[in-house]
Design a protein around this ligand. Sequence first.
Ligand SMILES: O=c1ccn([C@@H]2O[C@H](COP(=O)(O)OP(=O)(O)O[C@H]3O[C@H](CO)[C@@H](O)[C@H](O)[C@H]3O)[C@@H](O)[C@H]2O)c(=O)[nH]1
Ligand SMILES: O=C(O)[C@H](O)COP(=O)(O)O
Length: 317
Amino acid sequence: MRPDVHRWLRRRTYTATAWTAVDLAEARRSQGTTVSVVLPALDEEPTVGAIVRAIREALVHDTPLVDEVVVVDSGSSDRTAAVAAAAGATVVDTASVLPAHGRVPGKGEALWKGLHATGGDLVVFVDADLVGFDPQFVVGLLGPLLTDPAIGYVKALYDRPLTTAEGIVPSGGGRVTELLARPLLNAWWPQLAGFVQPLSGEYAGRRELLEQVPFVSGYGVEFGLLVDLAGRAGVDALAQVDLGTRRHSHQSDAALGRMAGQILQTALARRPAPGPPDPELLQFLRTADGVEAVSWDVSVTERPPMGSVRAGGRSRS
Ligand SMILES: O=c1ccn([C@@H]2O[C@H](COP(=O)(O)OP(=O)(O)O[C@H]3O[C@H](CO)[C@@H](O)[C@H](O)[C@H]3O)[C@@H](O)[C@H]2O)c(=O)[nH]1
Ligand SMILES: O=C(O)[C@H](O)COP(=O)(O)O
């Protein structure tokens, strides 16, 4: 493993249980820091209400860690907006925020408009399709930001079970992550190979930093933010926090193919200066102490066209 990635992993990987909501509420009160939570939502009627309610009960009413919970409705055709509002969220529609900029489809658009529609110094993004959501997710994401001024952006890491018709595969989820995003990141941005879940939809950042980078409109938004924020603030300003396990609703293989296409477009638009890709691939295993990185050499050797070999052989004979 590259020494810089090894150092970063040890220095910038945290566990959500390191903080309590009460401690962080006191930290942010003494700093005068405000916190917004943004949930992008497209047709998430079955799950959005429970997530909003859990955050509001634990982190607005019981302990004052969060100032506002905003659901950004990304053009839902179900009752997402009504359910979110009934649970206590402020609901905005992507079409009504910055109307002069129009509305383009996709998750990243909802996040970008959510950034505009909120006012917190710290902004926490949480997907609205999570199942069994725990408000400690928000506490964990805020922990590094409220306790270390050098950190500007924090991404979630977690185990990702895959729920299938046959049952639950404990670490079968994150298929786009494993098959596309991680290999791409390792090849072209190996300094970011320590991110266990580069596509995680739960992350938090300082507004002053988030407002300096573009937001890709679709599913490339996480990949783009990671690369762009590292470029803007440096890898040491980025951190990850272990939230345990995360379950969500899965998309079809065909939909994941389209997601992968958007991530590929995002990566190609940011491709670093030409040069050989890094041949190391870091993958991660869950251990009793957290996660362990496993390094693989994925370099390939190009054999010449057989015709040229035969021609060379003939000329030698
Ligand atoms: O046009 C859209 C599409 C999705 N969403 C919301 O965005 C969140 C995540 O979308 P989802 O379709 O559930 O994505 P996943 O299949 O979970 O994809 C993973 O990988 C994506 C690519 O990086 C990330 O954007 C996701 O957060 C991450 O969970 C959910 O709340 C959606 O309702 C929108 O608001 N608008
Ligand atoms: O992050 C990913 O790789 C995609 O969201 C797919 O996740 P899933 O395999 O858990 O559905």
